[in-house]
Design a protein around this ligand. Structure first.
Ligand code: TYD
Length: 136
């Protein structure tokens, strides 16, 4: 996989004087079936999350509230995305090294995932990731 396969996806936005509404449907707005949702919150200042890649899992990352940065690395190139709106998110396929950092106070990060949680799907060592990605 390489960074060109990672992209911001804008979601439908229903503007309304009573408050706006955004929604997401699996396989329509994002290119996978959603098997799991989890969220990251109450992140202390200066902390970061992630720093790993997945062998199979694809994901879609949304800043439901506040802001944070997503650092992506395909083993050759790095790219940083700042997420700060609830009506778009970042699609990240498998075999991309990902870190989340620079969380604002009260940031709420929702992650929609193509797989249930399996520790065997993680690559947590960067050198192992580089070696595995060069074989893809
Ligand atoms: P991890 O995925 O390493 O967190 P992050 O990438 O956000 O820094 O997961 C942290 C811990 O939580 C780890 O012990 C596994 C556990 N966990 C689950 O049990 N289920 C889940 O769906 C997730 C995402 C993590």
């Amino acid at each position: 996989m390489n960074l060109s396969q990672c992209r911001i996806i804008e979601l439908p936005k229903i503007l309304d004087d009573r408050g706006n509404l955004t929604f997401i449907e699996e396989c329509t707005h994002i290119p996978f079936e959603i098997k799991r949702a989890y969220w990251i919150y109450d992140v202390p200042g200066g902390e970061f999350r992630g720093s790993h890649a997945y062998k199979k899992l694809h994901e879609f990352i949304i800043a439901l509230s506040g802001s944070f940065d997503v650092l992506l690395d395909d083993g050759y190139e790095k790219k940083k995305y700042s997420l700060n709106r609830s009506y778009y998110g970042l699609y990240v396929p498998n075999m991309i090294w990902k870190s989340l950092e620079n969380f604002s106070t009260n940031a709420l990060c929702l992650i929609l995932s193509s797989e249930v949680y399996k520790e065997e799907d993680y690559i947590r060592n960067y050198e192992d990731f580089k070696r595995a990605n060069s074989q893809f």
